[in-house]
Ligand binder design. Structure first.
Ligand code: VGL
Ligand code: ZN
Length: 201
């Protein structure tokens, strides 16, 4: 028990960390920079260390678009071109401590004509999670109001318990408040928000 008498969360087998789209193009200086997107890196590194120490699986997703993706403005979409497959902008942030040998990577948004924000959309993520015996997802990364939101909603729909790492997400906020509304929507849908302090050491 922590001092306030609230139950802390204990990591255990069946838990997985899902790191969403922490890629250079979503960081300050990138082509679709998320305001303060780099704040998620030290926050996620603490969760990464905790999952590594307990030998729990770590999944990382990458937005991985063809150069003519339909979500790009020149092709009628809402976004500047970003995360083009194989480009520097699509690489994971260098300061993110993903364990090189054991991180399970999921690529998404790979088809030119199909917009896909959720890491479950058109991928084998669900099968890979089930294959590892995962029942509970700890989700952080970028961006709160797009890929995190849709990944969390699909995770809940697929029957996972979902923990939202509230101190390890940041929003694009195309409209002011989008990030806060997305968090509320995830929580309303059944996701449990936590911060680092709520995890048992
Ligand atoms: C994302 C906008 C466009 C995301 C991806 O990862 O949240 N946002 N593509
Ligand atoms: Zn994208």
């Amino acid at each position: 028990m922590c001092p306030l008498g609230l139950q802390q969360l204990v990591l255990s087998p069946g838990d997985a960390l899902v790191v969403v789209d922490v890629q250079n193009d979503f960081l300050p200086g990138g082509s679709l920079a998320v305001p303060r997107g780099d704040d998620v890196i030290p926050a996620l590194n603490r969760y990464l260390a905790a999952f590594v120490r307990r030998e729990l699986p770590i999944f990382a997703t990458r937005d991985w678009h063809p150069p003519n993706h339909c979500s790009f403005q020149p092709y009628g979409g809402p976004w500047p071109p970003h995360c083009v497959a194989g480009s520097d902008g699509a690489a994971f942030a260098a300061a993110l401590d993903l364990p090189a040998s054991s991180t399970l990577i999921t690529l998404k948004g790979t088809q030119p004509e199909k917009d896909a924000y959720s890491a479950f959309d058109g991928t084998d993520l669900d099968a890979r999670l089930r294959g590892q015996g995962v029942a509970r997802l700890f989700v952080g990364g970028l961006a709160t109001d797009y890929c995190v939101l849709y990944t969390v909603k699909d995770g809940l729909k697929a029957g996972y318990t979902v923990i939202l790492l509230q101190d390890a997400v940041r929003a694009v906020n195309v409209r002011p408040g989008d990030g806060k509304r997305a968090e509320a929507e995830m929580i309303r849908g059944g996701a449990m928000p936590i911060r680092w302090e709520m995890l048992a050491a």
